[in-house]
Design a protein around this ligand. Sequence first.
Ligand SMILES: C[S@@+](CC[C@H](N)C(=O)[O-])C[C@H]1O[C@@H](n2cnc3c(N)ncnc32)[C@H](O)[C@@H]1O
Length: 219
Amino acid sequence: MKSVLTKDGSITFFNEEVGDHYHSLSGAFDEALKKHVLPSDFISREGPVHILDACFGLGYNTVVAISLWQDFQKPFPLKITAIDIDRQVALAGLETITSPACMYAKEFCQELVMHPGVKHTAPSLSGVFFHDSLQDRLALLPANSFDIVFFDPFAPQKQPEMWSLDMCKEVFRVMSSGSVLTTYSCARMVRDNLKAAGFEVRDGPCVGRRSPSTVAHKH
Ligand SMILES: C[S@@+](CC[C@H](N)C(=O)[O-])C[C@H]1O[C@@H](n2cnc3c(N)ncnc32)[C@H](O)[C@@H]1O
């Protein structure tokens, strides 16, 4: 695992086995904020919000989401379920975060990752990290559970199985009606599978490149 400095000053890693970076080199934190957290618009919701971080990686999507929620003075109870097959990357990735604004979220996530499968609670905030394959863990999760999904596997060319129709159907199953999925990919195969699974697919923002990300709605 090699550390790489991205253009917004945040660190990402390069996975040599897969041959892919964990984030866009245009900015790892920028990607978390602009391709996942803001387009999910979770902060405008009322009532408790349950986020599924599907492929937690270095944890940036969840850290940015919790930090934004904290900025808004914890407007509703927030629940996080995070899944990743690689716990060492999660621990090393969280360690790279130095922004004072993200310390609360970083420490909360470190607790989750240090105790996989154990629910951790803080005022108005709870979470659990599953050290598991996404396929195996999704099969154990109840239907209609999540309001927001940050869907963030490695690129479809590198790990096509993570973007298959079966995977999209499983993610759709665990999402509640009115929920939103965000992902950086706008690949035809990905969008076709999301649509076939039942999502309405829209363009997300263009961040660090010409092509858009994807925001998928379950009505
Ligand atoms: C693009 S990175 C995720 C980046 C992350 N969201 C972040 O903000 O740092 C992809 C992640 O998928 C994980 N992964 C790969 N195959 C997986 C699988 N079958 N189940 C769960 N996670 C998997 C990798 O360990 C890696 O952390």
